[in-house]
Design a protein around this ligand. Sequence first.
Ligand code: GLA
Length: 731
Amino acid sequence: MAIRYNADTKTFILETKNSSYLMKVSRYGNLLHLYYGGRVPDEDLDYLIIPADRGFSPNPNEAGNDRTFSLDSLPQEFSTSRSGDYRSSSMEIVWGRGASSWSGKVAGYEIYPGAPKIKGMPGLRALPGEEAETLVIRLEDPVSGFEAELSYGVFEEKDVIARSVMVINRGEEAARLERVMSATLDFMESDYDLIYFSGRHLMERGFRRIPVSDGIHAIGSSRGASSHQYNPFAIVCEKNCTEDYGQCWGVSLVYSGCFLMEAEKDQFGQMRVNAGINPRGFSFQLEPGAAFQAPQTVLTWSGKGLTELSHIYHRIFRENLCRSPYRKNTRPVLLNSWEAAYFDFDGEKILSIAKEAVDMGVDLFVLDDGWFGCRDNDDAALGDWTENRKKLGMGLCELSEKIHAMGLEFGIWVEPEMVSEESELYRRHPDWCLREPGRPPVRGRYQLVLDLSRRDVCDYIIDAMNSVLDKARIEYVKWDMNRSITEAWSALLDRNRQGEVLHRYILGLYYVMDQVILRHPDVLFCGCGGGGGRFDPAMLYYQPQIWCSDNTDAVNRLKIQYGTSFAYPVSSMEAHVSVCPNHQTGRTTPLNTRGIVAMDGIFGYELDPTKMTGEEKEECREQIRFYKKHYRLITEGDYYRLTSPYENRYLTAWQQVSQDRKKSLVSIVITDKEGNDAQRYVKLKGLDPDGFYRIEGWKGKYSGKLLMNVGIPVPGGLSEYEGIQLLLKMA
Ligand code: GLA
């Protein structure tokens, strides 16, 4: 039993293979958070909370004259508001004549087998035959009529707790929800570091580690998408935590819209972590009886450092989140036309690129932006999802057939959520985009955002996408989203409901994806948000892979993919080899290095092979052969970050190890070089210490112990930006 309630100590106990999570009902009915960490026996943890009479810490009325009971300091599971807890709260509501305090008390609980049921939003599910259990705890506040149902899905074997909340208005009047966190995690101490991943377009998910200090450190997005700027994932860890040592806690929000994550160190040196929808600009009107479902958070704990934490996320995202049959099926090696031709192509040019791609050993050709409407540039035609026959010289079906006849699969690019003012769709429905009345709309990349909070708009997109997919033979779709949302105002909602638009947009997007993506299980969908601007678990539910970044520079990618790897598996990161000088940075790196770096993900190309020499094409053929041969090891092997590109300026190294530890692939890229340079070594990880390994191309065999404790010398003669892959096999 992964979930128990101990009636003697009034404690809820959640257990995974390696962790325990404990909550206790206080003598006044509040739900207190006691512990989340390594497995502990079923003991009464009451002793952890030392009652103290603290100045300026208010006492709830029901505590009578007990000045030691204050919500100002008690660790809470889902905080009250305006009831004496001054930390950042779990929920804010406004009800009745403007009252806003809420004090939920435990009113019941239920334990059921299986994963939590979350309606209208992505979430983890249990695999057939896999044990999962769910606990729902009901917190009631009879005065406001607001109820919070906290849900905890325990995936015991996978060491994961999926937490969420549903808020229900049981009162007699409409009320407004102004903030709801999917998870609040209170810690009794705060001597921790906070790790998060921030950046910008072309430089996403940079690794940041800062000490938790007095006040609130917040990250988040208010751009309508999870964003390039901050990823909805954070880690709290002990100060001495490394890749292989120490305690760490991960919080990942399964949501593609505006989010907030906070780490607050309070006056008593305690820490509160919050994760949920960003309250900025958010409010949701709840009529009597109406409920609001908050997105899911995926929580995990590791006592063995950051690598183990990453392994837990990689596994659960790969196996329990992704819906596509491609979570298991081998993904094709593709060639994408974007950096090959941008908008400058016709049917003939596309066919000549495709012909060379077949010759290289590519499986799938992707026709990126520019194939529809009158789209010869990025200022027109979004919304008009019919092929541009004039430009292609043929229909999409014919083009697809010709490409198939060469022995390739065929894929296309779409950006369904957007509209260009210069388009048939906009001329017919100027009111279908998000804009405020009386004010000219703000543009981004010349385009406007369709109002996906409207069902009619969603239905148009569903029809448009399904008719493209049903007409032509298409095996792959790159689903893009290329601007941030500005005016979140919808023509169909009342003035007191405009705070719902950004969340309704995301629900609309999930609805569209349900109707298009889940209806086409044989099509491989790749997520994209101007590169990595919507790289989040909710998108992985629909799309097993996401275009990691518009930046294809191999050296910049080392940092981008390093940061991404903390939460997301190799199988989710699409990565391409492009030409040099690189189009984003102007840097030149060897083709071999570009291949090594792109193989740290779902491998592909984004270049024009008609412009390559025979030698270069042969090198690409070899890359594809190597990648296909080691596909399972690369995409499903345990992933180890051997060095950090932020700490080691000379090289970046990473490693995959097969589940049976018999095979491993080590990749090293030289990032800086000095004259008369030092000999450098890389310590390997994850091998069988008692096993012996041969390294392809090297003499002799080496024990796992030696390779992990002493390491391997980085082969001499590698110049700046050169790289090497070393294949290890158990002898
Ligand atoms: C975005 C994507 C690119 C490409 C262009 C096309 O920027 O991230 O890969 O598809 O759009 O306009």
